[in-house]
Design a protein around this ligand. Sequence first.
Ligand code: 5RP
Length: 231
Amino acid sequence: MNANLKAQAAAAALEEVESGMRLGIGSGSTANEMIRLLAKKVASGFDVIGVPCSTRSEALCLELGVPLTTLDKMPELDLTIDGADEYDPALNLIKGGGAALLREKTVAVASARMIVIADDSKRVATLGQFPLPIEVNQFGLASTRIAIQKHFASRRVSGDLILRGGENDPVITDNGNYILDAHLGTIPDPAELAKGLNDIPGVVEHGLFIGIAKRAYIAGENGVAVVEPKA
Ligand code: 5RP
């Protein structure tokens, strides 16, 4: 996806932002375009306050002058705008390609609405081609991995669980955890797969966003389309 398409999707989503809003500010390259455009609005007098979903988004907001607070100080937000790695027709998502899924989901759920910004290459009929990120505690990694595989088997999906960054230099999230990427290929029933995944000790959060996104602005060759969940 080129930066221009990302910016088009971001600009369309920002049309929904009203002065005085409390915003969840997503993470990733598309969210970065949104932050750049938001910063211009702020510079011209637009009054918003944001909660960033990653330390990288936080740094960009600070650099560009977007006013920030924390979720502890402002635990209820009006709107979150964030990217996605995949979305399906029901607007269920896979997120976490940038390892920010825990904060992204926490911020999205704390918001009255979440909208997605992406290009049409992120659209899939069935989620799962993009490896599903699962944030796990460093303690007990091997046991957690086995428990996740058992959960997958009980839901009739399977695939490799790869420690992001590799065993010698694993990626550490903003929350001090690891990411396991589940290469499932297809997730026929994402809501069913999500159920119980968080009950596994060691699993902190997973990148399936079920029923959270209410609208998406999808940029493509013919402009930006508004997508809403199909039942
Ligand atoms: C980060 C995310 C991002 O939203 C997702 O990876 C999409 O990123 P990009 O806009 O760079 O394609 O979930 O954890």
